[in-house]
Design a protein around this ligand. Structure first.
Ligand SMILES: *[C@@H]1O[C@H](CO)[C@@H](O)[C@H](O)[C@H]1NC(C)=O
Ligand SMILES: *[C@@H]1O[C@H](CO)[C@@H](O)[C@H](O)[C@H]1NC(C)=O
Ligand SMILES: *[C@@H]1O[C@H](CO)[C@@H](O)[C@H](O)[C@H]1NC(C)=O
Ligand SMILES: *[C@@H]1O[C@H](CO)[C@@H](O)[C@H](O)[C@H]1NC(C)=O
Ligand SMILES: *[C@@H]1O[C@H](CO)[C@@H](O)[C@H](O)[C@H]1NC(C)=O
Ligand SMILES: *[C@@H]1O[C@H](CO)[C@@H](O)[C@H](O)[C@H]1NC(C)=O
Length: 268
């Protein structure tokens, strides 16, 4: 018992220090986060602007308990190094936007709480605000960057456990995009699985709840009709939206993170 405890303590201390050295071999469970602003995270982002068209935003810096850092949660930085994860998770990825609280940290904290033996979690943030499914098309910048980051993340032998995907709001603006959504999304998922050599990679998709355009129901239908195996679905409908009418609040992001964790841990 005693040597085991000692080992645990040493290992724990090791996580904190070696994480900063970019030690790839510590991460056991890799999760990809991709899509647009709501998975990047805008919880706690405040618009100070009084003038139409002028952008003056900042993040309030509030980090609730569910989103706190933990030595067992690392993130792959923009420079492809494992570092201890902290909010805002997408700060050096979604660089042209003001990032805040997203679902990634509450997701990881919930998974660790409910399955303490799972081992170190490595988050690979890849989301960029405002992006449409065509911008995620295989071969494009976002796609290539996501695949490159994910492959770098697996260097130490960690296993890719799931792709967390929350996107589609930008595809509700025109009828053509909404109609094409299913085909484009299926193609995206199939290519990701092929390029990562994981034909059965778990995908957890978030159903969009309100839209940036008039064709939300078409996109929601497309999301539900996606015909690939091992796809899980959680619904953002009913989650609280912030004063900007555009983004999930911090409280809603915590709920979403917990929903994603439950979906991941639920047996198929
Ligand atoms: C990374 O961690 C492993 C396991 O704890 C250890 O064997 C290895 O020496 C570490 N490598 C670096 C570069 O810190
Ligand atoms: C942005 O908002 C902050 C807080 O209200 C204010 O102090 C600052 O002057 C504003 N900046 C600009 C460029 O408007
Ligand atoms: C910020 O507030 C200004 C003034 O009310 C508004 O015109 C602008 O659209 C807002 N920006 C965002 C991103 O919500
Ligand atoms: C940020 O904006 C610059 C300039 O428009 C662009 O070149 C770059 O690709 C953008 N980065 C991301 C992550 O969207
Ligand atoms: C795919 O993965 C799920 C969940 O891990 C598993 O239940 C299922 O049997 C797998 N299917 C195949 C064909 O490997
Ligand atoms: C973020 O999600 C909320 C809830 O689904 C939705 O109302 C909003 O349109 C989304 N915002 C963006 C920019 O995608």
């Amino acid at each position: 018992m005693l040597p085991y405890l000692l080992l645990l303590i040493l290992a724990h201390a090791g996580w904190v220090t070696t994480a900063d050295l970019g030690n790839y071999s510590l991460v056991k469970n890799i999760f990809i986060l991709a899509g647009q602003s709501n998975i990047s995270g805008r919880g706690g982002v405040i618009n100070h602007s009084l003038r139409p068209g002028v952008v003056n935003e900042s993040w309030d810096g509030v980090i609730p308990r569910e989103c706190e850092s933990n030595p067992s949660i690392l993130r792959l930085s923009g420079g492809l190094k494992w570092v201890e994860a902290h909010e805002p998770l997408h700060k050096d990825i979604d660089v042209n936007n003001t990032c805040g609280i997203g679902p990634g940290m509450p997701f990881a904290n919930t998974v660790l709480k409910k399955d303490p033996s799972i081992g170190v979690i490595g988050l690979v943030p890849c989301a960029v605000g405002g992006t449409s499914i065509t911008e995620w098309a295989p071969g494009g910048f976002l796609y290539r960057s996501m695949i490159k980051r994910t492959k770098a993340a697996t260097r130490g032998g960690g296993k890719i456990r799931a792709l967390l995907w929350f996107q589609g709001e930008s595809d509700t603006k025109t009828l053509e995009d909404a109609k094409m959504y299913k085909v484009r999304l299926e193609r995206f998922f199939n290519h990701v699985r092929h390029d990562l050599g994981m034909p059965n990679l778990t995908v957890i998709q978030v159903g969009i709840a309100t839209a940036l355009g008039p064709y939300m129901e078409l996109v929601r239908e497309a999301q539900r009709e996606i015909n690939i195996g091992n796809l899980k679905y959680v619904d953002a409908k009913g989650l609280q939206i912030g004063p900007d009418y555009t983004h999930l609040t911090t409280a809603a992001q915590i709920q979403l993170g917990q929903m994603l964790a439950d979906a991941f841990l639920r047996p198929n």
